[in-house]
Design a protein. Structure first.
Length: 223
């Protein structure tokens, strides 16, 4: 990947939000700020996806929400979440959809394969299901890498996807951590649905983005 854009990138080091003071009260205010941003990011993620008719809204919304949450981890939390989200959504709409288009193709292929696997029984069905699980996990990792890559670099479609397809294999530790994190979020949402409604997607975006940013920081430092 090439150098970051002029807008910079979010550091993977989590820094407390710094304007609430110190001590017990400061920690409470910081925690409330995080919860507020997670809830707002989740709401805006849904609204941004719907604003683009889902197909043209999902990746701009993921990018805009990811930018807000990345700022939260560096102590530079947005003071106007609504404005900053929609500004990023509009500014990155074309690029986010261009780089996200292959992910939609992968998703369609997964759905097709899932239909085939459901119709096949016996050992062949088990093999298809195992393969589908691996491809599904790989696709989830690719999307998890895609969101931070969108805000950090300005490469074109082909070099970006060349990197994204190889990233899970080149970063096994990060990939495992992301999968465990996503699984934990899914389980939490399954057993406590209100959590999923309020912060499920934004929590997954925050955690996976932080893990991937940490890995990309190390790659950039070596480069």
């Amino acid at each position: 990947m090439t150098a970051p854009t002029a807008s910079g990138r979010a550091s993977a080091r989590i820094v407390p939000v710094g304007d609430e003071g110190t001590g017990w009260a400061g920690r409470v205010m910081t925690g409330l700020r995080w919860v507020e941003h997670l809830v707002l990011a989740q709401l805006l993620l849904v609204l941004g996806t719907l604003a683009g008719g889902v197909l043209l809204g999902l990746f701009p919304a993921l990018d805009a929400a990811g930018r807000l949450l990345a700022r939260l981890t560096t102590g530079d939390a947005s003071t106007s979440v609504w404005r900053d989200f929609w500004t990023a959504w509009r500014a990155q709409w074309r690029r986010a959809n261009t780089l996200g288009a292959p992910a939609w193709a992968l998703g369609a292929l997964l759905l097709l394969d899932a239909g085939v696997a459901a119709a096949v029984t016996g050992p062949a069905g088990a093999v298809l299901l195992a393969g589908l699980t691996v491809v599904g996990a790989w696709t989830a990792l690719v999307v998890a890498f895609l969101v931070p890559v969108l805000r950090r670099y300005d490469d074109g479609l082909v070099p970006t996807w060349r990197f994204l397809l190889l990233a899970p294999a080149l970063s096994p530790g990060t990939s495992l951590a992301v999968l465990v994190t996503l699984a934990a979020v899914v389980l939490t949402v399954w057993f406590v649905p209100p959590v999923g409604v309020l912060v499920g997607a934004s929590a997954a975006l925050l955690a996976s983005g932080w893990l991937v940013d940490a890995r990309l920081d190390r790659i950039d430092a070596r480069a």
